[in-house]
Design a protein around this ligand. Structure first.
Ligand SMILES: *Cc1c(COP(=O)(O)O)cnc(C)c1O
Length: 424
């Protein structure tokens, strides 16, 4: 029996079997982490990072070497001409919105190549909500290419739709978001980019890279995407960055985004780093192994919950391209018990009981389990989902594998105790 947590002995036995079975998957994840760790160190070295870079500037922040070097490091890691890494991006949604508003002009069309966009992007585009200040409000049109019935991108339809001359940005969401469609590998992102550009050589291919960074050896910008963006309280912040986002891409595009984040004429030149640089550097250093821990947690969860008879997306042995593990629990009670268990395993806020609420930016009530050092950081173990059909939770994160594993075990334990799952 476990010394610190009450786990059913039958569940502990099952967990041991599961861990043996997932061993080869873990080995391949560790190989990716090692490659990416060296990639990050090499980028630090090329930019001659020294301790003085970690001290923040104040005021306008002119000539902040630490801030500028971090931009160059991200550009090297993502294989791009330029990058913009700022704590001033308040979230992933804000970062993506800054990039879209930076690049799109009235009369342009934003074309999603991957069906419905992530929930919070609907209000940015103007598909839902009051619409004030949305892309639509500024005269930017929106179209989407639906996914095929199996959830995969429709490369033929992408070619047809991208051919419209008004299509300025072709938008790819790599991770599944709150849906059960597959997350798209870097290789597949490359094929989508190619299909769009063949039809329309002027199109800008942009990738919502949230949750994808460092899960593979290559990033989307290394296979044909022009620009990508993501959040620092997800993968690339390594659980240490306290806030922020990044955009990496072609120089002229990153320039437009910087002008949107601050103001034309100011762009990237202003923006003091306060005391954020050290965490952003250290987080990036840790990111490859933190992402690995999170994906190992996801694989363990998938194998365990598949053994308990629940459908998991992706399946435990499918290739990974992000942190997300969806578990189909089938009922609101199941979601509540699962999230309660995850919360009980946390080092922070383990004593609170998650409840569904009306989160800003989302259309349905959402339940969230997150006992995190950084509020809302989903590279830390967390589980959430909107209370609607098909009653699935999307689980992600785990700064360390042992902490992720106990969270997953307690989620299963909590469901067993309430009679919502049985060990067969
Ligand atoms: C998390 C996420 C976002 C939005 O990021 P926030 O930081 O929650 O605003 C956008 N797209 C995808 C695919 C995400 O996973």
């Amino acid at each position: 029996m476990n010394e610190f947590f009450q786990i059913d002995p039958a569940l502990e036995l099952l967990a041991q079997r599961v861990e043996k079975e997932v061993c080869p998957v873990f080995a391949s994840l560790e190989a990716t982490a090692e490659y990416n760790q060296l990639k990050v160190i090499a980028a630090f070295q090329k930019n001659q990072v020294s301790e003085s870079f970690f001290y923040g500037s104040t005021g306008y922040g002119y000539g902040d070497r630490g801030r500028d070097a971090l931009d160059a490091i991200y550009a090297q890691i993502f294989g791009t001409e330029d990058a913009l890494v700022r704590h001033n991006f308040v979230s992933g949604t804000h970062t993506l919105a800054a990039a879209l508003f930076g690049m799109l002009r009235p009369g342009d069309i934003l074309l999603s190549l991957t069906g419905n966009p992530y929930d919070t992007m609907e209000e940015v585009i103007g598909l839902r909500g009051e619409g004030q200040g949305s892309l639509k409000d500024f005269g930017v049109g929106y179209r989407q290419v639906e996914l095929l019935p199996d959830g995969m991108p429709d490369l033929d339809a992408i070619g047809r739709e991208a051919a419209r001359p008004e299509v300025k940005v072709a938008y790819i969401q790599r991770s599944r978001g709150y849906s059960l469609r597959p997350s798209f590998s870097v290789e597949l992102v490359g094929r989508m980019a190619q299909a769009a550009k063949r039809a329309n050589p002027n199109v800008i291919v942009m990738v919502d890279n949230c949750y994808g960074e460092f899960s593979e050896k290559l990033e989307p910008t290394q296979v044909g995407a022009d620009i990508c963006a993501g959040s620092l309280i997800k993968n690339p912040g390594g659980g240490i960055a306290q806030t922020g986002g990044y955009i990496a891409g072609k120089r002229d595009l990153v320039h437009l985004c910087a002008n949107r984040l601050t103001a034309p004429g100011i762009g990237r030149e202003e923006g003091c780093s306060l005391n954020q640089s050290r965490g952003m550097y250290m987080g990036l250093f840790f990111a490859p192994t933190v992402v690995c821990s999170a994906i190992k947690t996801a694989v363990f969860a998938a194998r365990l919950f598949e053994s308990l008879g629940f459908s998991c997306f992706p399946k435990w042995d499918e290739p990974r391209t992000d942190l997300i593990q969806a578990v189909l629990l089938g009922s609101p009670e199941g979601m509540t018990a699962f999230c309660g268990g995850i919360q009980r395993g946390s080092a922070v806020d383990s004593f609170v009981v998650p409840e569904a609420w009306d989160m800003p930016g989302y259309g349905d009530k959402v339940i969230m389990a997150a006992g995190t050092f950084t509020a809302g950081a989903s590279v830390e173990l967390s589980a959430d989902g909107p209370l609607r059909e098909p009653y699935a939770v999307w689980m992600q994160g785990g700064l360390t594998y042992p902490s992720g594993k106990i969270g997953v075990l307690l989620a299963a334990q909590s469901m067993l105790e309430k009679g919502l799952a049985q060990i067969k």
